[in-house]
Design a protein around this ligand. Structure first.
Ligand SMILES: Nc1nc2c(ncn2[C@@H]2O[C@H](COP(=O)(O)OP(=O)(O)OP(=O)(O)O)[C@@H](O)[C@H]2O)c(=O)[nH]1
Ligand SMILES: [Mg+2]
Length: 489
């Protein structure tokens, strides 16, 4: 479109707009004139109706346009029955699932107790124990300026101002140097609670933001409390609260409190001298108590199902980790078993050739077994296609594998005394170990027999010269040879 034409269009649009505005103004003026000629009672009625209409329109616009709190998707968690079945399977396969069972027992016990559990969570020295003591003065939990005072989870019963009984959990602080185990305790306890009070004594650092996001990802109802508010001037406190509200929109409330600490002042004595006095400050946690009461009343019956989902989601993650570890163990045992069979087979061969060919039936057995362990369905055609590639890779790496085996014979003197066929037997141990490790890692990662990925890993493992691994394979070869010799006698 050329420039002139565009200018012409713009001028026309401006003229049309002006005409519309003038027409609207004229209409408004004539309406106003007619309005003024009406009798007063009609003027009043029309005026009130118009005001009500304007008010309703503003309200509707506000409801449509107001900033909304992000609604999080309900947390996905397996059902209790599914988890029970998985745990039973883990136990059947010899894994230790005691911690998972204990977590589910705790879930049931708390559910049956009908009490509200509130965990006080946050970095070390944020004032968690002071807050629990302020809410339940009989508890008198130890507090200290030094971080890391609380070493384990403690439950304390309290009654809120409106008479609601709650159980408060004082937990170790996060971000303590070498305190990973205690942090884990704290996190698990937070997930078991109906509500988490996240305590901070300033604006949120990045790590604290991550903790809050982690809690929110489990759908935990959160109250964010700015503690030690006595350290801030009123203006600064308001700014901090505004910043916290902006950064944690998931929080049901953001409040400022004073959980503890001490007050220092000077007193003039009769003899004119001055005495410095330090005493425990009076706590002011009303804003938090009220927010907690409101939350418990509002969310009431939804809290227990949400708590259950959070715990089940956590047990699901832990069960998944246990299943992965168990699979890994079973896969390693299978690889050891097949490597040993390959060694025995190689030693039994009367005149092993210099060409290292993977022994067909054994290799097929290993692939099938690993796929079964990793729960990956495979066809005979897929197995054969993968083994063909693997054979090619082994053939091209043969000289390297034999060189590694040769060096191992010198490095582990026991091997050298075993007589004929040991070089090849050890080479087969290396090949089967590499094949098994490569395939197992690929199956765990991709949940499919990806021949490309497994072959790339096989190449890496065939050239791997790690001392510990060679030592283990040397032991395996020596054991197999001894058994062969014992059987022959
Ligand atoms: N000025 C001030 N100091 C406070 C306040 N609340 C707690 N403190 C002090 O902060 C320090 C740490 O308090 P704790 O209650 O032990 O903190 P915690 O979070 O339980 O600490 P850990 O158990 O080590 O994680 C203590 O010296 C308290 O006296 C407060 O509101 N104002
Ligand atoms: Mg503490």
């Amino acid at each position: 479109m050329n420039r002139r034409f565009r200018l012409l269009l713009a001028a026309l649009a401006c003229a049309a707009l002006l005409w519309l505005l003038l027409a609207a103004a004229e209409r408004a003026l004539s309406l106003a004139q007619r309005f003024l000629t009406l009798p007063p009672w009609l003027q009043w009625t029309l005026g009130i109706a118009l005001a009500l209409f304007a008010l309703a329109a503003t309200l509707i616009a506000w409801m449509l346009l107001r900033p909304r709190r992000r609604k999080s998707r309900p947390l996905e968690a397996p059902s209790r029955a599914q988890l029970d079945a998985r745990i039973a399977l883990l136990e059947h396969d010899g894994a230790n699932a005691g911690a998972l069972r204990a977590e589910l027992r705790d879930l049931d016990a708390r559910g049956a107790s009908g009490r509200f559990y509130v965990a006080v969570f946050g970095e070390i020295s944020a004032g968690k124990s002071s807050l629990v003591t302020a809410l339940a003065p009989d508890a008198a939990l130890p507090t200290d300026v030094r971080g890391g005072t609380t070493r384990s989870v403690r439950h304390v019963d309290a009654v809120l101002a409106d008479g609601t009984p709650v159980t408060l959990a004082d937990v170790p602080g996060t971000r303590e140097t070498d305190g990973e185990h205690r942090e884990q305790l704290a996190r698990h306890e937070a997930l078991r609670a109906h509500v988490v009070v996240y305590l901070t004594d300033g604006d949120l650092q990045r790590s604290q933001g991550e903790e809050v996001a982690w809690l929110a990802s489990f759908g935990k109802p959160l109250l964010l409390a700015l503690n030690k508010s006595d350290r801030f001037a009123p203006e600064e406190r308001e700014q901090l609260l505004a910043s916290l509200r902006r950064r944690v929109p998931e929080a049901a409330a953001v409040v400022a409190i004073r959980a503890g600490g001490s007050e220092r002042f000077e007193r003039r004595l009769d003899d004119g001298s001055r005495e410095r006095i330090e005493r425990r400050a009076v706590a002011d946690v009303d804003a938090l108590t009220q927010a907690l009461q409101r939350l418990l009343h509002r969310a009431g019956t939804d809290l227990e199902p949400a708590r259950e989902r959070a715990v089940l989601a956590r047990v699901d993650r832990d069960a998944h980790a246990a299943e992965t570890a168990l699979r890994q163990q079973q896969a390693e045992a299978a690889v050891r078993r097949y490597a040993r069979r390959a060694v025995v087979g190689a030693m039994a061969a009367i005149a092993p050739g210099s060409d290292l060919i993977i022994q067909g039936a054994l290799a097929t057995g290993l692939v099938r077994e690993l796929c079964r362990i990793h729960d990956v369905p495979v066809s005979d055609v897929q197995i054969e296609a993968f083994l063909q590639r693997a054979r090619l890779t082994v053939r091209t790496s043969a000289s390297l594998v034999l060189a590694i085996a040769g060096n191992a014979l010198k490095a582990f003197p026991g091997l050298g005394t075993l007589g004929g066929g040991v070089l090849h037997a050890f080479a087969y141990a290396l090949i089967f170990d590499s094949l098994g490790k490569a395939l197992s890692a690929t199956l765990a990662e991709r949940h499919a027999l990806d021949a490309d990925a497994a072959d790339t890993r096989l190449k890496q493992w065939l050239s791997e010269r790690g001392g510990e691994r060679l030592k283990r394979l040397a032991h395996l070869t020596v054991d197999a040879a001894r058994q062969r010799d014992d059987a022959a006698e």
